[in-house]
Design a binder for this molecule. Structure first.
Ligand code: MSP
Length: 502
């Protein structure tokens, strides 16, 4: 089984912020989970380097677009290991191998008769790199996203016959009701299509920073055509020695924010249909992280610096917080205060303390060895089917819901400690067998939640697994509650998994 998952490729006209980290971590959690299932995973991320936004930013800074792209692509590339993203490749659209494949693909669309020359007249946002239709224009001809005046464009362009895909796209949305998730975004995409599609510009002649149109050297491709194709071109040169398109295409999942729904849910499938290439299986559209009630974005200048948070609290805490606080798929507010509160009450207390206490009790009462005993059937029953349930939720990219199910068990284990009070059992030699059961059950419960939390918090779970004396890896099949932990030698955690901060 193969699993191919992507993030959007990020514009290099500014530095990475938490919004970019968010999409990437979301895709990473899914990639890691599928690896735990033993699948052949390919996880792609990268940078979108052409187009007017980059050309304009470079001009403002007095450097060439390529210089700006090199500098900023580097910052995105460096972000990946910092957030523990396990991407298999990082694509840059300025890569000549990508450019060549874009030209081949677009030539096919041209040869198939879906392109013509025409005159474009209308409103254009240079920051979105998007030609706006009438219902996408805010008061005073401004961009509703960037709040800047739109440019009146009047130029001869090559056009893509998007309108001729109206019917095939309607059919796609009728036949595949899980093509776009969540449902609200599916409905949005479908109504955009049923509202009537207009042909769109495929090239720009006033710009040179882009991929040259092979049949007309005066033009470069409109940046979205070049950008969307990254998902397809990367497989031919970024996935190993050979071209892996046959095994990995169609992509299983494109993850992105709702700002770029239209491009992925309407234009991208039309491009693929035009070139007679299979469509991706699913799109997952997440919401915005909001700061002070507004979308966190470079143009609005209200960004939370993920590096600061990670320096102080660690990468895992950031990964956890983003998906716990904001339901993946919805908009949601993030804040430093919210982060600190969840860090203390959930990571340090619920999970960290459970781990420290369990290991300490096994050390004290059983000389560091998890007893050989039967697991407590009542506790075991509360873990029944958990690994399967988590897998099913993650199959639908329901990352927050899956995390909630796991966390219910973390809390269940804390209640179990309180109910059983092992420190009392330890005082009574007649309760030795009972204490064995409790300690084994706690170690086993902790092991199971740690297997399931691995995709979310790879570093912390690795540490805890070693402390539990279980270095056999994180295969999802080991996520069943049995007596796997029995007999292992445990070591105390020092420092704690999530140290308290003043
Ligand atoms: N280059 C295009 C995408 C091309 S994909 C073929 C682009 N780049 S971007 O740098 O603007 O990144 C947009 C993406 O970053 C969003 O779709 C989303 O995935 C992520 N986010 C940026 N800000 C965000 C938030 N405040 N909240 C959540 N996600 C955010 O668009």
């Amino acid at each position: 089984m193969a699993f191919y998952v992507t993030t959007p490729i990020y514009y290099v006209n500014a530095a990475p912020h938490l919004g970019h980290a968010y999409s990437t971590i979301g895709a990473d959690i899914l990639a890691r989970h599928h690896r735990q299932r033993g699948e052949d995973v390919f996880f792609l991320t990268g940078t979108d380097e052409h187009g007017e936004p980059v050309a304009l930013a470079a001009e403002r800074e007095g450097v060439t677009p390529k210089e700006l792209a090199d500098r900023n692509a580097r910052r995105f590339e460096d972000l990946m290991p910092r957030i523990n993203a396990s991407n298999d490749f990082f694509i840059r659209t300025s890569d000549p191998r990508h450019k060549q494949r874009v030209q081949e693909f677009m030539q096919r669309i041209y040869d198939n008769g879906h392109v013509y020359k025409g005159m474009y007249e209308g409103w254009y946002c240079p920051r979105c790199a998007d030609f706006k239709s009438d219902n996408e224009i805010a008061e005073g001809n401004t961009c509703p996203i960037h709040r800047i005046p739109l440019d009146r464009e009047d130029e001869e362009n090559w056009f893509f016959r998007l309108s001729s895909f109206q019917e095939p796209l309607e059919r796609l949305y009728t036949e595949r009701d899980d093509f776009v998730r969540p449902r609200q975004r599916f409905n949005e995409a479908r109504s955009f299509i049923t509202g009537g599609l207009n042909d769109i510009s495929l090239s720009r002649s006033k710009l040179t920073w882009g991929v040259e149109v092979p049949w007309d050297a005066e033009h470069v491709f409109y940046v979205w055509f070049d950008a969307l194709l990254n998902y397809y071109t990367a497989l031919s040169f970024g996935a190993g020695e050979s071209d892996r398109t046959p095994e990995l295409w169609p992509a299983d999942l494109h993850v992105m924010g709702k700002d770029i729904l239209k491009f992925h849910a309407v234009i991208w499938p039309a491009m693929l249909l035009a070139a007679e290439v299979e469509l991706p299986r699913h799109l997952f559209i997440h919401g915005y992280l909001l700061l002070d009630g507004e979308k966190m974005s470079k143009s609005l200048g209200n960004v939370l610096d993920p590096f600061e948070v990670m320096d102080k609290y660690g990468t895992d805490a950031l990964r956890y917080y983003c998906f716990r606080e904001v339901s993946f798929g919805q908009d949601g507010a993030v804040s430093t205060a919210g982060f600190e509160s969840r860090y203390e009450s959930e990571l340090a207390n619920d999970y960290g303390n459970l781990a420290s206490r369990t290991l300490a009790m096994i050390a004290r009462y059983r000389d560091g060895q998890v007893p050989h005993a039967e697991a407590d059937p009542a506790l075991a029953a509360d873990f029944d089917g958990l690994a399967e349930e988590v897998s099913e939720l993650l199959d639908r990219a329901e990352i927050t819901q899956a995390l909630e199910r796991i966390w219910q068990r973390v809390r269940r284990l804390n209640r179990y400690v309180e109910e059983q009070a092992p420190w009392k059992l330890a005082k009574d030699p007649g309760q030795a067998a009972g204490l064995d059961t409790v300690l084994l059950s706690l170690a086993e419960g902790l092991r199971v939640v740690t297997v399931l939390l691995h995709a979310y918090m790879p570093e912390t779970t690795q540490r805890l697994m070693s402390a539990l004396g279980q270095d056999d890896g994180f295969a999802i099949g080991t996520g069943a509650f049995a007596a796997t932990a029995a007999g292992a030698t445990v070591t105390p955690l020092d420092p704690a998994l999530f140290p308290k901060h003043a």
